[in-house]
Design a protein around this ligand. Structure first.
Ligand code: A2P
Length: 265
């Protein structure tokens, strides 16, 4: 006999949604999409807590990887073999249930930045997730003349999601025309041969990015920056921004750059 699956009821603070798509990129990375509750609103770039149904669910912060107008909700996740959430989450299939807390939040939002000409989106690994949202957000292109999506990973296969979301933005009905002109994808790999090698911090610091893209060095007059990655990456990027005279912003006090730690496990 087959045991009936236990049905857990989601807490009042959470939605229970159905997985629609799962795509694995490497043995460490995957994306999934799920249904969107009608009452759920968020600003592009925000994160939300997600968990799996259970008696004592493990909740983790996940950047929402689709724009605020999307019909579904998308996430881009790491898999940690013994991670309390990701070891289980990486096994989900279409039809499964994922819980999502009702209140999104975060600092990687356009409201936290002062007006500027150029927007740098600096990411490593799964830190690209909030930018998958922002590069498909019309307001991003209303506010900036150029949007430079930087993504550094160890291996080439880890960069694939960035190519896909860039392609999706450029062929999008809503933002495709603007993204086609303004969006630049700037990927680099550090531990495998690739057309561009090195950390984004080095590429910015030594002027390689500026030379390749024909833009001036990072400057407070024109540039605004959003940063998402590991703790060490955030610190280095923050120092780089501050070295160029940029000041950190927040929802309550917009500035020249904002930072947020990528989901870790
Ligand atoms: P590297 O291979 O030189 O360490 P991780 O998996 O350790 O978070 O690293 C993901 C990517 O981010 C790697 O390409 C790594 O480069 C890069 N990286 C790690 N630390 C930093 C940092 N402090 N600043 C910029 N990039 C970093």
């Amino acid at each position: 006999t087959v045991m009936p699956a236990i049905q857990f009821e989601a807490p009042a603070s959470a939605f229970a949604e159905t997985v629609t798509v799962v795509k694995h990129y490497t043995d460490r990375l995957f994306m999934f999409r799920m249904t969107r509750p009608a009452s759920f609103r968020f600003r592009s770039g925000e994160f939300v807590m997600i968990g799996l149904p259970g008696e004592k669910p493990v909740w983790r912060a996940y950047s929402i990887a689709c724009p605020s107008w999307d019909e579904e909700i998308e996430f881009f996740s790491i898999k940690v073999p013994d991670g309390p959430l990701t070891s289980e989450l990486s096994k989900i299939r279409p039809g499964d249930t994922v819980w999502m807390k009702k209140k999104p939040t975060g600092t990687l939002v356009l409201d936290a930045l002062l007006p500027g000409r150029r927007l740098y989106l600096l990411s490593t690994g799964t830190g690209i997730a909030p930018f998958a949202s922002l590069i498909r957000e019309p307001e991003t292109y209303e506010k900036f003349d150029q949007v430079i999506l930087c993504h550094t990973c160890r291996e080439v296969a880890e960069l694939k999601y960035g190519f896909e979301i860039t392609e999706a933005a450029k062929s999008d009905e809503l933002v495709g025309e603007e993204a086609g002109v303004k969006l630049v994808h700037y990927p680099s790999a550090t531990r495998e041969p690739f057309e561009r090698a090195g950390r984004i911090t080095d590429l910015l610091r030594d002027g390689r990015l500026a030379a390749e893209l024909g833009v001036p060095l990072l400057n407070v007059g024109e540039d605004r920056v959003m940063i998402c990655g590991s703790m060490a990456m955030l610190q280095d990027c923050k120092a780089l921004c501050e070295g160029a005279g940029l000041e950190e912003g927040a929802n309550s006090k917009p500035g020249h750059f904002v930072i947020e730690r990528a989901f870790v496990g």
